[in-house]
Design a protein around this ligand. Structure first.
Ligand SMILES: Nc1nc2c(c(=O)[nH]1)N[C@H]1C(S)=C(S)[C@@H](COP(=O)(O)O)O[C@H]1N2
Ligand SMILES: [Mo]
Length: 498
């Protein structure tokens, strides 16, 4: 290895030590205060809408991993360059670390849930990085022409890289959800006092199951680091334009009369044919009961729900009190909420896209008004009110699949929460529409599986689907992307029969 490569590695070792030390400190302060997490979260909040839409389209539920890897790659290259420059002017190295520390601390301090201590990990990290820099880049007594300025301690570089790797991994692990996982495992959910009807599903190979297992449930949120809330520390506050403020612990919630209901939730970012939706059995406290207890004041037409990381959603108060199964949920499919789905407590409201209703890691319900407050995505120009649009999808056969000519089962799901699905139709090669068979349904808020048998002639064919809701409105053919209030258009797949 030549001197330049060693210097580049030394730069990476300094940055790595800084980040690792910060990660360890953040495990003690708050995992979200680590510089990479904080800068990443600031980037998530700042990216313009088209970039966010692109990220979800291109990377789907892996968008956050891609962002973290991107930040890592940028840091790696910068650190290597700074390492090479630091051989001649060590001040470049100190300046870069100071910048890293300041940017990390600033990003951490401006997170909505931040406390003053959130600056500490970035500052500790920068100081550590500076120490490693001083150790690795030593002044040569008589600089020779080949190595002007400073010599880099090769053995030291390897040691620092290894140490940073270990410390970083330890910090990452300690800051993970281990303790909360254990607390979640220990939760025993009480039996509901009221259980809604249970739906049953069709069984066609390739068809989405009627109930979505928790492990397969889509995940959409802005959280780079999962919020970690221990049940014993949990508080839900009902505040704002209410007659009396409420504060409930997790225990308080479990001791109330819990109800269990099946319904489908979905994301506004779901494209035509997309899978950002899931159907679960939710266990929780009716939101209407909590609101009645607090006493909603006149004019409080928006319920702002806030998560522990500062994210907000705004739901029409009327949608929480009009008799639908709006819940402050603690359970999902018979288990405590999974951490990535909001443990210990989240909100779910049938009929509204997740960004205006489904706050995970819920800590506050603030009665406000649409005039007074714009929640997270509304500030980024998504619609303030967002009822779910009628949607239908072909699951089987899969796109571009080869099927045997003759009878082919075609199946999928359709949803129109609150209105219900009344009819699903399929057509082949823009021929006449044929009505599909629908699975039995328990109410308007769950998706409905459908199936139709196609007598497939050999060749390449296009299958299309459209649904009609309980109000008699058929899905529009007009293709629109999700922004600002949900996608429209018919889903189609092309298959070859042979
Ligand atoms: N705290 C928090 N809650 C959130 C979000 C978020 O970014 N942060 N995203 C919402 C969005 S856009 C959707 S679609 C649903 C998704 O819920 P799920 O991940 O459990 O499927 O959560 C909602 N709740
Ligand atoms: Mo969403």
């Amino acid at each position: 290895m030549n001197g330049r490569t060693i210097a580049a590695l030394a730069g990476i070792a300094c940055a790595g030590s800084a980040l690792a030390a910060a990660q360890l400190a953040a495990a003690a302060v708050a995992p979200a205060s680590a510089p990479v997490a904080a800068v990443g979260a600031a980037v998530v909040d700042a990216v313009p809408e088209p970039v966010k839409a692109f990220a979800i389209r291109a990377f789907g539920v892996h968008d956050k991993l891609v962002l973290l890897l991107g930040i890592g790659a940028v840091l790696l290259v910068l650190a290597a360059v700074v390492g090479v420059l630091a051989r001649r002017r060590i001040a470049v190295g100190y300046a870069a670390l100071a910048l890293l520390g300041t940017a990390g601390a600033a990003a951490a301090l401006t997170r909505p849930a931040a406390e003053a201590s959130w600056a500490v990990p970035s500052l500790v990290g920068a100081a550590c990085g500076a120490g490693v820099l001083a150790l690795l880049f030593r002044k040569t007594a008589a600089p020779g022409p080949a190595v002007p300025g400073r010599a880099v301690d090769r053995r030291g570089v390897l040691l620092a890289l290894a140490g940073a790797g270990l410390a970083g991994a330890a910090g990452w692990r300690l800051g993970g959800t281990g303790e909360v996982d254990a607390a979640r495992d220990a939760v025993r959910l009480p039996e509901p006092v009221s259980t809604g009807p249970a739906g049953a599903g069709l069984d066609v190979p390739g068809l989405t199951p009627y109930l979505t297992p928790n492990a397969d449930f889509y995940r959409v949120d802005t959280a780079l680091v999962l919020p970690r809330i221990l049940p014993e520390d949990y508080r839900l506050r009902v505040t704002g334009r209410v007659d009396r403020t409420l504060e409930l612990t997790y225990r308080d919630l479990l001791e109330r009369d819990l109800v269990e209901r099946e319904f489908t939730i979905s994301c506004v970012s779901n494209e035509v044919g997309g899978d950002l939706a899931g159907n679960a059995r939710w266990l929780g406290v009716p939101l209407a009961e909590l609101l009645a207890e607090a006493g909603v004041q006149d004019g409080a037409d928006q319920l702002v729900s806030r998560s522990s990381d500062g994210w907000t959603a705004g739901t029409p108060t009327a949608a929480c009190t009009d008799g639908r199964d709006a819940l402050v949920a603690v359970g999902m499919n018979g288990e405590p909420l999974p951490i990535e789905h909001g443990f210990p407590v989240r909100m779910v409201v049938p009929g509204l896209y997740g960004y205006v209703s489904a706050t995970k890691w819920l800590v506050e319900l603030e009665l406000s008004s649409f005039a007074d407050f714009d929640p997270y995505w509304v500030r980024r120009d998504w619609a303030a009110e967002a009822p779910i649009k009628t949607f239908s999808r072909i699951d089987a056969p899969a796109p571009l699949k080869e099927v045997a000519a003759g009878p082919v089962p075609v199946a999928g799901v359709a949803w129109a929460q609150r209105r219900g699905i009344e009819r699903v139709e399929v057509r082949v090669d823009e021929g006449p529409w044929a009505e599909a068979e629908l699975a039995p349904v328990i109410g308007p808020d769950t998706w409905r599986q459908w199936r139709w048998t196609w007598d497939a002639p050999p060749g390449r064919h296009k299958l299309e689907v459209r649904a009609t809701d309980g109000e008699g409105d058929t899905q529009t053919e007009e293709r629109r992307t999700p922004f600002p209030d949900g996608a429209t258009g018919w889903h189609s797949v092309v298959v070859t029969a042979a």
